[in-house]
Write a protein of this length. Structure first.
Length: 375
């Protein structure tokens, strides 16, 4: 009887062990599935962030915020080499610590990690200690995972996550973090061209306008707040002729006056840039092409009414009138001729492709053409 009870208990215990193993395996599978779903969701959030019309710095900060929220990371910092120095592209750490965080490549503890392209895990063993790279902070971070970032075998920076407890990352899924690191690198590749555009925007000397790159960076951010907008390219059709027949000074003055008059007549929310040479671009954010037609006709008339007076190729000034005896027949008058093309831009499409098509039309138009055309 006792033996039978013992055998029954052993059988029950065995069944419970099998059941527990089965439950444990299901929990593991569920956790793995949940991690995969989380990773897919994070990747989708990354892609959505890339498609948003924001600056490169804003994209990085949004991505860092996603990492912190989805993976419950205490601190996350992305540092990138910009060609001259290491800069913190995104971080939720207090800025007083950024100087330390952007110089981790100089720390002995991370040099092997950078050279071998492998992650580095550091942690303290007991309270009162601090991580090797910390200069003045004791209580903020007590463990860290350092990931060097590479694009095509070229080291371009690092991603570091930090925890507030010793050994916080002992059991973390490093495979998952490796996927996240690769996604960060993918983002870096994707935004590289946008970063170039943002960095080369300049103010034009004679028009005091932003260069064309502004249209594709900050300008596009404004334009894409609307489903459709109208884009206009206009050309001073006779600028080359003025430069050759009279002087470069005369041409520069025409550019200055055209820019000034156009800017005076445009609302502040519209984007106006010197596109290239004799060409200018206006983006009417959220405005239908039909509403722009009459405005452009009026603007064209005002621009072509500009008159620049010249004496021997030089722009006539009050000082010249005071210092010299200038006869009426010595004064030459130059006026711009304006050739214009207008088209509709749809949010999410290639703005640079549209303006390139418009530019080609203006460049191939007859030299004496000065009308308003619609593409």
């Amino acid at each position: 009887m006792i033996l039978a009870v013992i055998l029954l208990l052993v059988l029950i215990i065995g069944l419970l062990m099998v059941y527990n193993m089965s439950i444990h395996k299901k929990i593991q599978n569920f956790n793995n599935l949940n991690q995969k779903i989380t990773s897919l969701n994070v990747l989708q959030d990354f892609m959505n962030t890339l498609s948003e019309v924001t600056s490169v710095d804003e994209k990085f900060q949004k991505i860092n915020d996603i990492l912190i929220e989805r993976y419950e990371i205490k601190y996350s910092t992305i540092v990138i080499y910009n060609g001259t120095e290491y800069v913190v592209k995104a971080s939720n750490v207090d800025q007083k610590h950024w100087e330390t965080l952007r110089n981790l490549q100089s720390e002995e503890i991370f040099r092997d990690s950078i050279q071998t392209a492998t992650p580095k895990y550091v942690t303290i063993e007991k309270e009162g200690e601090r991580l090797p790279y910390q200069k003045m902070e004791f209580g903020r971070a007590k463990s860290a995972m350092f990931y060097p970032l590479y694009i095509e075998n070229v080291y371009i920076g690092y991603w570091i996550i930090e925890g507030s407890r010793p050994h916080e990352f002992d059991n973390i899924d490093t495979t998952l973090l490796e996927v996240v690191k690769n996604n960060i690198v993918s983002v870096l590749k994707t935004v590289e061209n946008q970063q170039v555009i943002e960095n080369i925007v300049r103010d034009d000397l004679y028009s005091s306008l932003k260069s064309a790159e502004y249209l594709y960076g900050e300008g596009k951010k404004i334009i894409n707040q609307y489903t459709t907008s109208t884009v206009c390219l206009f050309r001073i059709a006779n600028l080359e002729e003025i430069n050759q027949k009279y002087s470069r000074e005369a041409g520069n003055q025409i550019v200055t006056e055209v820019s000034r008059i156009a800017k005076q007549n445009l609302a502040a929310e519209y984007i106006f840039v010197r596109y290239m040479g004799p060409k200018f671009a206006i983006a009417f954010s959220g405005i239908e092409i039909n509403a722009v037609a009459d405005f452009m006709k009026g603007l064209k008339q005002k621009l072509e009414a500009i008159q620049v007076k010249l004496v021997n190729g030089k722009v006539l000034t009050n000082q010249m009138l005071e210092e010299q005896e200038i006869k009426e027949d010595q004064i030459k008058m130059v006026q711009p001729r304006i050739n214009t093309v207008v088209s509709t831009y749809y949010k999410g499409t290639a703005l640079e492709g549209l303006t390139k098509k418009m530019e080609e039309y203006l460049d191939n138009a007859p030299k004496n053409e000065n009308t308003i055309n619609y593409l």
